[in-house]
Write a protein that binds this ligand. Structure first.
Ligand code: FAD
Length: 562
């Protein structure tokens, strides 16, 4: 079903990223030879770049700069996953994929941590993300100017468009032609739709709401040496067939083939900055019970929205006493989550939502600000297909327990579920700071305070009404909505001026010329799109700009190529 049919487009893609063709053809999922033969640097080698975190942002940055000839080491706190040996088709057995180190939560609307936020290990959170990969809309980049709320980005949608297109091909993304935001099409045609998706389509049609199939980063047809999706429904547990995209298979193989080292089980505890020169000199990290120092000419932090601000706060010097990138007290602020209410409806027919990938059908009809409403910005709606444990959590969140809970669980196959992503606004007090409590390494854990504003609450209410209307229009005899959060972004945001953020438009930390942040924490606003594609596109753009600047010798990076 590929629209990337022509040999020319395949050639162009492989010249940029050969990952899908570097996977084995013998039925296993991992190119062990590539890992065994990986280039290995010594701590004492001054590499060109050390990257903290091999997730959505860190892996793309590593792959792109390795291709540009940089000597790159990427450290990740978690394991180098082997899907055959490490992953199971079991909800409970997949909890090892999550970042479950302790964190404190607070504020008037605390955000639960655990399986609903970051991942741990090579591939990052995309190992267990659902797989939706929409683009942000052009309006997301000028929310303050257009709507008087939120923030403006220092870059425009058009700056990111070529990188969206490139990453959509590399994942690859499957879906129908997209009418919302900047209308575009996808490299792979849409997947067939299962029972849950059909309910969403039927109800939306009856309620006068447009839907489209996709966009999902799940191969529809063979892609390189990756196989077709087999529709077994375990996308959020780690895809054992390599059909769902995560950096572990979409960017890491090519990074290794181009001389990068991915060093797993390496927990970075500090970014080291020399006060005299004002430059980062490397990172300290813990591996197998020993502390190491990896020297580097430049450092990029890509540890996700909580761990990135935490690490920068954990790295003060005499000169940067409040933490790195915190001269204007911006670090950790404007951390965002999307409000993610989830509505289930009961149908007489068996839906059997688990017989398809959880991501299927979406609507962005309510994405933009409706000037007739009292709130700004909007929400998207997507299929979500909870497996039994997650379904039990949904029912329990509604207050059911004991015999009624058991009855709802027995009824599992009759329920269809859709979820909204509401654009909650960035607020300065929604912030990561360091707690008094320490982790097992003796380091202060992150404290994350979160409170909603009135606009957030109005959006959740409106999104809930729209979802309940859809499921009722599809014929549901009972609907059940719970409130949830999804997708942490922000905390080290990108801004035009140091007074408003932590990094500039090139991801460089204000005041420290060779320190970068290249992950979801740089987002100034979040739209109501899932963030992974945007994080990868930003990382591809950041790499492009770093490599170009180094080539032109315009910045500190010129030394890198010397
Ligand atoms: C359940 C779930 C479903 C999701 N579904 C979707 C979806 O459908 N679509 C979508 O677009 N997004 C989805 N997301 C969100 C998406 O996966 C993340 O937004 C994205 O992966 C974040 O990218 P990142 O580069 O910021 O961090 P990550 O991808 O999380 O990578 C961070 C990496 O840094 C490592 N790390 C952190 N601190 C350190 C340290 N001190 N030292 C060494 N390593 C460190 C971690 O081990 C991790 O591997 C989902 C997330 C979850 C949890």
């Amino acid at each position: 079903m590929s629209r990337l049919q022509s040999p020319r487009s395949e050639r162009e893609l492989r010249a940029r990223n050969d990952s899908a063709w570097l996977l084995p053809t013998d039925g296993s999922r991992t190119n062990h030879r590539l890992r065994d033969d990986m280039r290995r640097f010594d701590d004492a080698d001054e590499v060109d770049l050390v990257v903290v975190g091999a997730g959505a942002g860190g892996s793309v940055l590593t792959q792109r700069l390795a291709r540009a000839g940089w000597r790159v080491v990427c450290l990740d706190a978690g394991p180098f996953w082997d899907p055959d040996a490490d992953w199971v088709s079991d909800e409970r057995g997949s909890h090892t994929l999550y970042w479950t180190d302790p964190r404190q939560i607070g504020g008037s609307d605390p955000v639960p941590m655990g399986s609903n936020n970051s991942g741990r290990g090579v591939g990052g959170s995309m190992v267990h993300y659902a797989g939706y990969t929409p683009r942000f809309h052009p309006s997301d980049f000028s929310v303050l100017s257009d709507d008087g709320v939120g923030a403006d980005w220092p870059i425009a949608y058009t700056d990111l468009r070529p990188f969206y297109e490139a990453i959509e091909q590399e994942l690859p993304v499957a879906g129908q032609d997209w009418p919302w935001g900047d209308p575009h099409s996808y490299p792979h045609s849409p997947h067939p739709v299962g029972g849950n998706g059909e309910i969403f389509q039927r109800g939306a049609l009856a309620a006068g709401i447009e839907t489209r199939v996709g966009p999902v980063a799940i191969a529809n047809g063979r892609f390189g040496h990756r196989s077709h999706c087999i529709y077994r429904g375990f996308c959020l547990q780690g895809c054992k067939v390599n059909a769902k995209a995560s950096p572990l298979i979409t960017h890491v193989p090519d990074a290794l083939a181009h001389g990068a080292e991915i060093r797993p089980d390496s927990m970075v505890t500090r970014v080291v900055v020399d006060d005299e020169s004002g430059r980062a000199t490397g990172v300290t990290y813990l591996r197998r019970g020993r502390e190491h120092f990896q020297r580097a000419r430049a450092v990029a932090v890509a540890g996700y929205s909580i761990e990135t601000p935490r690490l920068l706060l954990l790295s003060p010097t005499e000169r940067y006493a409040a933490g790195l990138g915190n001269d204007t007290d911006q670090l950790g602020r404007y951390l965002m989550v999307q409000g993610a209410p989830q509505t289930s409806g009961r149908f007489e027919d068996e839906i059997r939502a688990y017989k398809a990938p959880p991501p299927e059908v979406s609507s962005e009809q309510f994405y933009e600000t409706d000037p007739t409403k009292p709130y700004r910005r909007g929400w998207s709606i997507q299929n979500v297909s909870p497996l039994p444990i997650t379904w039990a959590e949904h029912v329990v969140a509604q207050g059911h327990w004991g015999a009624p809970l058991r009855e709802y669980l027995r009824d599992f196959v009759h329920w269809a579920t859709i979820g909204a992503l509401c654009e909650f606004l960035p607020q300065p007090a929604n912030r990561v700071t360091l707690a008094d409590e320490k982790d097992r390494h003796g380091l202060p854990i992150a404290h994350f305070s979160y409170s909603q504003c009135d606009n957030d609450r109005m959006l959740t209410q409106a999104a809930t009404e729209s979802m309940e209307a859809i499921l009722k229009a599809a014929g549901a005899s009972e609907v059940m909505t719970i409130d949830r959060y999804a997708h942490l972004v922000g905390g080290a945001r990108m801004a035009a001026r140091a007074e408003d953020g932590v990094v500039d438009a090139d991801h460089r930390v204000f005041g420290i010329p060779n320190l970068y942040v290249v992950d979801g924490s740089v987002l100034p606003t979040q739209g109501s799109a899932n963030p992974a594609l945007t994080i990868m596109a930003l990382a591809a753009r950041a790499a492009d700009r770093l490599a170009a600047q180094a080539r032109r010798g315009l910045t500190e990076q010129q030394a890198v190529r010397a």
